[in-house]
Design a protein around this ligand. Structure first.
Ligand code: S3P
Length: 169
């Protein structure tokens, strides 16, 4: 297998872990949101506003399918990528799916500290409530990943386990 798909809630650390992992493997790092923004020349927020969630998910799936042809890369998915259509199943066929099961408290802390505009997160509902709801909905799908990482940060052990698994799958 020559691809890893990192999945998890917004703030779970997909981009940070993805670029760290890619460097250690000597692979490319691909951020799906960034690819969409570059190919459409608009921000994720603008695309949500303009196309609605369904329209955005179609673009996201097109970007995801593009990665299937890539070699040796770690892909950081958007938080909603795995829950749309058959994306999770397709990722599983093309790469090793890895769920970053970061603690919700830590996710909330990161989202509060960061200044990133996330269109699905509203200002009028407490963040902890929104994250708990997203988690409830998405957890069953995220949990279908081949690997579930239950710590808030990647470690050397995480890297070595994935490296070994890549030779098996
Ligand atoms: C989304 C998460 C975002 C981005 C979009 C939708 C989601 O990515 O794709 O705003 O549905 O959870 P991050 O998980 O990188 O924040």
């Amino acid at each position: 297998m020559d691809k890893i798909y990192l999945i998890g809630l917004p703030g779970s650390g997909k981009s940070h872990t993805g670029s760290w992992l890619a460097k250690k493997l000597g692979w490319d790092f691909v951020d799906l949101d960034e690819q969409i923004e570059n190919s459409e020349n608009q921000t994720i927020s603008e695309l949500f506003k303009q196309l609605g969630e369904d329209g955005f998910r179609k673009l996201e799936q097109t970007a995801l399918k593009r990665t299937f042809a890539y070699k040796q890369c770690v892909v950081s998915c958007g938080g909603g990528t795995p829950v749309w259509d058959n994306n999770m199943e397709m990722m599983g066929r093309h790469g090793l799916t890895v769920y970053l099961n970061t603690e919700l408290q830590e996710i909330i802390r990161r989202l509060e500290a960061g200044n990133v505009n996330r269109p699905l997160i509203s200002d009028s509902i407490p963040l902890a409530v929104q994250i708990a709801e997203l988690n409830e909905k998405r957890r069953p799908i995220y949990s279908r990943a081949k690997v579930v990482w239950n710590k808030n940060e990647p470690t050397e052990h995480f890297f070595r386990s994935l490296d070994r698994l890549l030779t098996i799958y």
